[in-house]
Write a protein that binds this ligand. Structure first.
Ligand code: MN
Length: 227
């Protein structure tokens, strides 16, 4: 087969301790999966099932990168999130079947243009331009296997603690999240799910460094350039 132009490079994550790489297919994200964050955004955490949105796989950024401040926003926010990476897939999975599809976990930062998200919410428009912009999915190296369900998730902005919670604070744990998602779309190897953020989200300014840590996982680190 010949192409009109060369196909885009395959997005990937590195795997801690291995020289093989994890090819990324799609990036799903979950809204309001920690009760205290749902409340800080003005919602009742008990009121609704999980809901999902996308980032394009091309939005993936390797941890340790330095990025320019994104265009079209004056209110870029960090969101610390556990990232679930799938090596299997399927539709209509039970939570146990879904957990069998998991390859491993990573720390992630669901960068958000909060001002555009607020405009989209007010106008009842899609969130894509608030969530799926270039360089919006910062993800650290994958660690294969399981993660302790009560592992701590934190965000430090220029060394100052901004978010702190336990994974056990999630409203929908990983198996239930994946099960819900598998009733909406067929899941495939290479799919990632960013599983929601705890309370304490806030702005990230030019020149600042944001570090997301989850238990023993490799951190997800991003620095904004000063321009
Ligand atoms: Mn998020």
């Amino acid at each position: 087969m010949s192409w009109v132009f060369p196909p885009a490079p395959q997005p990937f994550l590195t795997v801690a301790g291995l020289t093989t790489h994890f090819p990324v297919r799609r990036i799903y994200c979950v809204g309001r999966n920690y009760a205290d964050h749902a409340r800080e955004m003005g919602h009742d955490p008990a009121a609704e099932p999980p809901f999902f949105f996308h980032k394009p796989a091309s939005a993936l950024v390797q941890s340790g990168s330095v990025l320019p401040y994104p265009p079209a926003t004056n209110d870029l926010h960090y969101e610390a999130e556990l990232v679930v990476a799938l090596r299997g897939g399927g539709a209509d999975l039970t939570p146990d079947q879904a957990l069998d599809c998991v390859y491993g976990y990573a720390a992630g930062n669901d960068l958000t243009r909060r001002d555009l998200q607020a405009e989209a919410k007010a106008a009842r428009r899609p969130w894509d331009m608030a969530k799926g912009f270039d360089h919006s999915a910062v993800i650290g190296a994958l660690t294969p296997g399981t993660i302790p369900p009560d592992a701590q998730i934190t965000t430090h902005l220029d060394g100052k603690l901004r978010q702190s919670a336990r994974l056990s604070d999630m409203i929908w744990p990983v198996g239930a999240l994946l099960s819900h998602l598998s009733r909406l779309v067929t899941l495939f190897p290479g799919d990632l799910v960013m599983s929601g953020t705890p309370a304490g989200v806030g702005p990230m300014l030019r020149g600042q460094t944001c570090v997301v840590q989850i238990g023993e996982l490799d951190p997800a680190v991003i620095t904004l350039s000063t321009e």
